[in-house]
Design a protein around this ligand. Structure first.
Ligand code: ATP
Ligand code: MG
Length: 305
């Protein structure tokens, strides 16, 4: 028998029942993809197609209507410390300090550890995200970017088999976003972390990932295409945006999002046939980010909402 990928999502479907006499609402169906150990995979797609639902099912926080999720060959269907989750709103415990927030999860992961072992381990990850001096501060005393870093430290500190991130940098300012993206790349390279991340930012997806999954619109959404991000690492923002390879990858993702998200298997009309409709769905393709040499972290860079 051939070996499954490290994370394997098999024929996943989600539907919501409708009032009597009406057809069920099928958000997505037959979603299949795999992620190898150490791979960084982003998923992009228009709002409402079901990305968060897929991530939540992988996290064990939501139930699929059919299909399976396997991590390291074992089926998962409930929350567990094998999967670390980072949400957009970082969901820290407000009454605990940065260190206590991280330590809380570390203690849950390794209940037998001594107090000092928990503290030492938690501090290591807080330092890793550049929060050496903020360990005693509560979330209200931290900036949004710092809070997000605590959330990242907490997720990394439990050394999950896979890290799941739902638009983790959506609320951050351009500079902080760039800094945290770079930290994330460094930490992932150091720890060979496997990552599944949702983003609405095409440049961010290309900067961070090894592959980008492109999801069609619902109902009956599916993972319609995969783009291999062949850009060599380490990636350098300023030179990336000037490279032809980057431009071609970016064009491919955008072409899908603008022209081909209407799905393939249900015979829906392609937006390509209707320029007016195509125009109305076009993401904001401002060029400010490129001119300043940033990737995916500046107002004006494409947003898919
Ligand atoms: N209880 C429910 N009943 C019916 N439909 C629901 C219910 N909960 C969610 N949905 C639908 O499921 C779909 C997928 O939602 P989900 O949050 O996964 O989308 P998303 O791709 O993450 O969107 P966004 O990019 O805006 O975060 C949406 O179209 C939503 O309307
Ligand atoms: Mg979502």
């Amino acid at each position: 028998m051939s070996q499954l990928p490290f994370l394997y999502v098999e024929n996943l479907s989600k539907q919501y029942s409708a009032p009597r006499g009406k057809a069920a609402h099928v958000v997505f169906e037959n979603v299949c993809f795999g992620i190898e150990k150490g791979e960084f995979v982003c998923i992009v797609g228009h709002s409402g197609c079901g990305k968060s639902t897929i991530l939540n099912i992988i996290a064990g926080l939501d139930q699929s209507s059919s299909g399976y999720v396997y991590v390291a060959g074992r089926e998962v269907n409930r929350p567990g410390l094998s999967r670390g989750v980072i949400f957009q709103n970082h969901s820290l415990l407000p009454w605990k300090t940065a260190l206590q927030n991280v330590a809380f999860s570390v203690r849950a992961r390794w209940p037998d550890w001594s107090k000092s072992a928990v503290r030492e381990h938690s501090l290591k990850y807080l330092h890793m995200v550049g929060l050496k001096d903020a360990e005693h501060k509560r979330p209200a005393q931290l900036s949004g970017g710092m809070r997000q870093r605590v959330g990242i430290a907490r997720a990394f500190a439990i050394e999950p088999q896979i890290l799941l991130m739902d638009e983790p940098f959506g609320a951050l300012d351009a500079l902080t976003r760039g800094t945290i993206q770079d930290e994330l790349i460094r930490i992932c390279a150091e720890t060979r972390q496997t990552v599944f991340m949702i983003t609405h930012d095409v440049d961010e997806a290309l900067y961070l990932s090894d592959r980008v999954l492109l999801m069609s619109n619902g109902p009956h959404a599916e993972v319609a295409e995969t783009v291999e991000v062949t850009l060599s690492r380490p990636r350098e923002r300023a030179s990336l945006v000037r490279s032809l390879e980057y431009f071609e990858l970016r064009s491919r993702v955008l072409d899908f999002l603008v022209n081909r998200t209407e799905g393939t298997q249900h015979g829906q009309r392609s937006l390509q046939q209707d320029p007016a409709s195509q125009e109305s769905q076009r993401p904001d393709l401002g060029s400010a980010g490129q001119e300043r040499g940033h990737v995916g972290n500046v107002g004006g860079v494409m947003r898919l909402r």
